[in-house]
Structures are given as C-alpha cells and as structure tokens.
Design a binder for this molecule. Structure first.
Ligand code: NAD
Length: 327
C-alpha cells in the first residue's frame, strides 16, 4: 500500500518508514525538515512541505495514489507548548484539521494518528486505561486531544476510519544503528543520560527523589520506537479489515524509575554516569504506566524490543556512532 507519512523525517516517523518498507508497503514522506533530517529518510520518496499546505497535500495524495495517512508531524515539547500555546494549536490542531480536509477532498479515509499519554493529564488510577476522563495539564496534550475528538466525530458521521495511538515514552533506536533519536534541544531522559558517557554532559540531573515510588524517582513506561513503528503497520491491517475507529495506548504496561534507567545505562555503557539530585519539576506526575491490553487485543501487537537493556543498548549503539546526531 502507498502510505503518506507526515513527519517521516523525524524520530518516530523515520522508524515507521523503515517498518513500512520491511512490511512491503511504499511510504511517501512529507516533512518540512524544520525538526527532521533528510538523512533519516532512507530509500523513500521525500516531499519537503507542510501538512497545512492543502494544495500540495492534495497533489501528493493524488500523484502517489495514497490509501492511508500516518500523521507524525507535530511539535512535541511540553514546556514550549506552555510558553507558545498558539504555535501548538496552529501546528498540532489546525494544520491537522487542514490535512484531514485535504484527505476528505481526495477521498482518502484511513488515518493513523500519533497521539500521546499527555492527553490523560495526571490520572489517579495507574495503569492508565484508554477510557478514563482526559484532563490534559499542558497545551501539547490538549492540542492532541482536540485532534482525537475531531477524528471521533468524523468517524461517527462519515466513512472515515482512524486509529489514534497514545504513545508513552518513545525511546531506543533502529537495530541497524542507522536511524535514531536526534532532537534539538533534547529533552528525553535516555539520550540525556547517554550524553554523559559521550562526554557531552558532566552529570545527569534527577528531578525529584521524594516521590511516592519505590526509589523516590519518577516512573515511566518506556516503549521502543521500533515497537511503536510495528504497531503502526499493524494499524493499517486493522483499518483495512474494517476495524472500528479507536484510540489505543502504546506502552509495555511496566514502569521504570529514573534511577533504574541510569543504573541500566551504567551497565550498558560501562561508564560511572554521575547523577545529581535536584528539585522536582512542576507538572511531573510520579507514575505514568499504560494499561496496554487494547492494542494487544485489537492489533495482535506485542512489544518485542522494549526490555530496558535492549532499549538502552540500541540507543547507545546509535548515539556512539552518531554523537552529533545526523550532522
Ligand atoms: N517522541 C515521543 O516520546 C513521543 C511521545 C508521544 C507522542 N509523540 C508524537 O509522535 C510524533 C512524532 O514525534 P517525534 O519524537 O518523532 O518528533 P520529531 O520532532 O522528531 O518529528 C516530527 C517531524 O514532523 C515534522 N513537522 C512538524 N510540523 C510539520 C508540518 N506542519 N508539516 C510537515 N512536517 C512537520 C518535523 O520537521 C519533524 O521531522 C509527534 O506527533 C509527537 O507528538 C512522540
């Protein structure tokens, strides 16, 4: 199948492109390259452009006879979303509505959407099930929730079908070592930890060590980016066999603390990785772990590369060989 992959030059999107190719599909990437890297698009057509450019999108959908759109393109920095909220509503909500409008104009009615655990806010019950009330605590989470709600209405009222995937903490790198995480600035824990053995950072800061968790540090559900990618490929099969529109968590159902991440990184890299304890950051819930059954039941998906050592070893393999990212 010909699949349009928006944001396919970014971290998760580039791994989805690889998984689509491995499964025999033909991905066509559309990316502004504002945050993505053309080097991350390997062996696929790359169209440089914006999802909000309706004329371009309609041309691409027609020219490549696209049957399904995977939409990764977005801004994804929680802190920035609180300082520049309109930037997030414009790109994550308005531009996505424009993309959906272009799809409707061209009769493309299958959509796989990158959503996020940030749509939930700070749930009291963990593991987090898909159907709990969603009360995001930042603009980023709200901008994604708005798109999910629009998709739900479009699906109720028309023959449009979608799967929204709520990722927990995406991490790791492709087993080839040729694509991986290269955000600028970097805000994710594992690449930040690995900057210490790379000599790019003296120590890693632990924000809060007095949470009500087993070792006092925040617990998160880490899911390998290649496992996310395979869920997207399975999402195509699900929609093609008539699966109902729905949202699914993508996580392992198991949480690791910040201290466990650092300890495993020490084992994998053989480096002492000094850590410094610092104050809590505002808006960091103690524990975010997915209830991960729905994707297993509906897609037949199971994480295969998400045990912590495999995640960190794959990330280390990538960062060691690309210490400056794709530069
Ligand atoms: N990385 C995570 O841990 C995580 C967790 C939850 C959800 N997500 C979601 O997954 C998606 C991918 O995240 P990522 O980490 O790969 O981000 P990324 O920044 O690496 O990739 C996003 C890509 O989209 C492109 N882009 C942004 N706006 C665009 C536009 N209007 N038109 C065309 N291209 C545009 C960027 O240039 C970039 O290449 C995002 O939607 C994000 O919200 C990511």
């Amino acid at each position: 199948m010909n699949v349009l992959v928006t944001g396919g030059a970014g971290y998760v999107g580039s791994h989805a492109v690889a998984a689509l190719q491995e499964a025999g599909h033909t991905p066509i990437v559309l990316d502004t390259l504002e945050l993505g890297h053309k080097e991350a698009v390997r062996g696929a057509e790359l169209v440089v452009g914006d999802v909000a450019d309706g004329e371009l999108i309609e041309k691409v959908l027609g020219k490549f006879e696209i049957e399904c759109v995977m939409h990764f393109a977005a801004y994804a920095e929680v802190g920035e979303s609180m300082v520049e909220p309109m930037k997030y509503y414009a790109n994550n909500t308005l531009a996505t509505l424009s993309l959906l409008n272009s799809m409707f104009e061209c009769g493309v009615k299958k959509f796989i959407f990158s959503s996020t655990a940030a749509t939930y806010g700070e749930p009291e019950v963990v593991p987090i099930a898909e159907d709990i009330a969603k009360t995001p605590i930042n603009v980023y989470g709200h901008s994604k929730l708005q798109t999910e709600e629009a998709c739900a209405w479009l699906s109720r009222q028309t023959d449009f079908r979608y799967a929204a995937f709520r990722y927990f903490n995406a991490c790791g790198a492709h087993r080839s070592g040729e694509i991986g995480e290269a955000h600028q600035p970097e805000s994710h824990l594992i690449p930040l930890v690995l900057q210490v053995p790379l000599g790019q950072r003296a120590a890693i800061k632990i924000f809060g060590s007095d949470y009500a968790t087993p070792d006092g540090t925040c617990v998160r559900d880490y899911i390998h980016v290649s496992d996310l990618a395979s869920a997207h490929v399975m999402g195509i099969d699900y929609l093609m066999r008539g699966g109902d529109s729905t949202a699914m968590n993508l996580g392992t159902g198991h949480g690791y603390s910040v201290k466990e991440i650092i300890e495993t990184a020490r084992e994998v890299t053989g480096h002492a990785i000094p850590a410094e304890e610092a104050d809590r950051r505002a808006g960091d819930p103690p524990t975010l772990v997915a209830k991960a059954d729905r994707a297993r039941e509906l897609l037949g998906w199971a994480p295969r590369e998400s045990d912590l050592k495999t995640i960190i070893a794959s990330a280390w393999n990538w960062h060691k060989s690309h210490p400056g990212g794709y530069a």
